[in-house]
Unconditional design. Structure first.
Length: 253
């Protein structure tokens, strides 16, 4: 039981009085990769938003425990400092804020929370060089404003670079494959794979099996109409890709 990072029990949540999550149960252990698949509108992005504390969503029932703490009681900032990371489906641009300053502020905020000394400028630049190599990120991109003028693939690569810099315990990749060509997909997935350790875990949210050709899940879940209706091993993803979701109606009903 000690290696459980995240435990979700009977989670109900929604937005503007509309219930979207209708009783989610999920357990994620250290060292695991979980894939959550499902059609549009099933609640995949809502689940990621609730976990990171997006205030637009309201939890009406259930509990979420993260590393033994009540996740729902933590602010979004403290969830991040506790090691929770979300790679956005549509990363935002932050004009006028350089990647260097942005990442150094984020890294030092995490270090302060953990009662560690701020990283020196020299050590930080060395860290940036090492982490850039993991995702094959051009040094020129790292010196520009956050995501400003980046292509879709560059933005997604930048998300994985930020993940590498922060070394989260639990990473949630919300449709990271969206809009990526096959080369960019391979680079992003390789970066995720290199960052995997026995002490961290990843939740991969995706429509398509193609991402799972590169990021191998330990467990595959199907989220449909606000509920996880099926959980299976990694061999289930290709079958789901081939047959779609309609054939699961018997499980859903």
């Amino acid at each position: 039981m000690e290696n459980i990072l995240l435990e979700i029990k009977n989670l109900h949540a929604g937005i503007d009085d509309k219930e979207i999550l209708k009783g989610i149960n999920l357990t994620v252990r250290a060292g695991e990769v979980h894939a959550i698949m499902g059609p549009n509108g099933s609640g995949k992005s809502t689940l990621s938003s609730v976990l990171v504390g997006n205030p637009a969503f309201t939890v009406t029932e259930g509990a979420v425990t993260y590393r033994g703490k009540d996740l729902l009681a933590l602010s979004p900032e403290d969830r991040s400092r506790e090691g929770l990371f979300l790679s956005f489906q549509y990363p935002v641009e932050i004009p006028g804020v350089s990647m260097v300053n942005f990442m150094r502020a984020a890294v030092n905020a995490h270090r302060e929370y953990n009662r560690e000394e701020p990283v020196s400028a020299t050590d930080f630049l060395k860290m940036m060089r090492e982490k850039r190599e993991i995702v094959g990120m051009d040094s020129k991109l790292a010196s520009r404003s956050v995501n400003e003028g980046f292509s879709g693939g560059e933005k997604k690569r930048n998300e994985i670079f930020q993940m590498a810099m922060l070394s989260p315990r639990l990473s949630i990749l919300d449709e990271t494959d969206s809009g990526l060509d096959i080369d960019a997909l391979r680079v992003v997935a390789n970066g995720v794979n290199k960052l995997k350790t026995p002490d961290n875990a990843t939740i991969v949210i995706t429509h398509y099996q193609r991402l799972l050709d590169y990021i191998k899940p330990d467990v595959v879940h199907v989220l449909y109409k606000g509920r996880i209706v099926k959980t299976a091993g990694p061999e289930f993803a290709p079958e789901l890709e081939k047959k779609g979701y309609d054939w699961l109606k018997d499980d859903i009903l």
